[in-house]
Design a protein around this ligand. Sequence first.
Ligand SMILES: Cc1ncc(COP(=O)(O)O)c(C=O)c1O
Length: 403
Amino acid sequence: MEEKLSSVAKTLAPSPIQQLSYLAERCNAINLAEGFPNFPAPLHIKDAAVSAIRSDFNQYRHVQGICDYVACKMKEMHGMNVNPLTDIVICCGQSEAFAATMLAIIDRGDEVILLDPSYETYDTCIRLAGGVPVYLGLDPPHWTLNSDKLEKAFTDKTKALVLNSPHNPTGKISTKDELEIIAEACRRRDVLAVTDEVYEHITFDNERHISLASLPEMQGRTIITSSLSKTFSVTGWRVGWAIAPTCIASAIRNIHIKITDSAPAPFQEAALAALRSPPEYFDLLRRDYESKRDCIFNLLAKVGFKMEFKPKGSFFLFAELPESCTLSDVEFVEELIKQAGVVAVPGSGFFHANPSADNISRRYIRFAFCKSEDTLTAASAKIGRLVDNASGYLKLFQLVRKS
Ligand SMILES: Cc1ncc(COP(=O)(O)O)c(C=O)c1O
């Protein structure tokens, strides 16, 4: 039967998270792997969802109010004028918004530039749409964009560039200078930009997220994708959106309607309550996540990870194994599960550009800190128990590599 699969489907394999989750389950490991909160969603939006279900919002639905609020937020946060009637499409999360965008703009053979390391889903969506992902490695430890490398990534076939800021897995926020370099290149090369801004409200140290679309002449060539998932701790509700120039938004809408018709009706209703949340909600979200970041960052630094880069946004820490550690990222995570009872994600799944160049792709572990205080405290205690008293560092770093 396998020969019946499409050539893209044949190349798809379970992600490293899925592969390790079986072992993690058997060891009853504390989960710092998956990028979703394990604490309750805000009460006011849950009440709104319950009330929508009770009010029989059960059918296919388009809640225009979401587009109106999203347009207001774009004005408030980025000074952008977005027409809520024509330029916003409600989708089933950022994931569908991104997939529909690729189907709307990519023809077979079109190249799409991605910054590496990157969230795994983009690659699949680009290839399903017939496009060719072209990777450009960000430079560690600060995951800096190199303008020469960017220039070399463009060819006559480049159709779009994807930017995710705040960034999964590193927690980097693209600087204004980097955004200007990208914007200048997109304008000069007449290339579209597709942004993933799902962590737009999760930023630290007084940093604020800047949308690439807000730079001069960029709104007309940028498709923004985002969602409720991370900001309101509701990754399972599947409400997101794409914001795009009218003609592209219209194509995305047509594709969205053909694929899923509409996002879940009761959760669209609840999205209105979410988007209406007062400024204090967003301030508290930032403060809470900043203290969770500090807690896990300090722990990992103390037990010997190389922590040269402190995340400025998202809810991930991309921790580098120290030179003394001879285990690969996958071997390290296996041992962390078995010996500490904590699961994180091996970094190699996020790297695509020149995987063997300097071996950096096998030196990072992604820890998700979008977890309750109890979970973070328990994980800290478990990791703390594995510390070698003499060095003060994790005993796992001393293990000898098998392969
Ligand atoms: C960078 C990034 N984009 C998008 C998503 C998925 O967003 P959604 O739940 O809105 O589909 C995730 C989830 O982990 C993510 O990390």
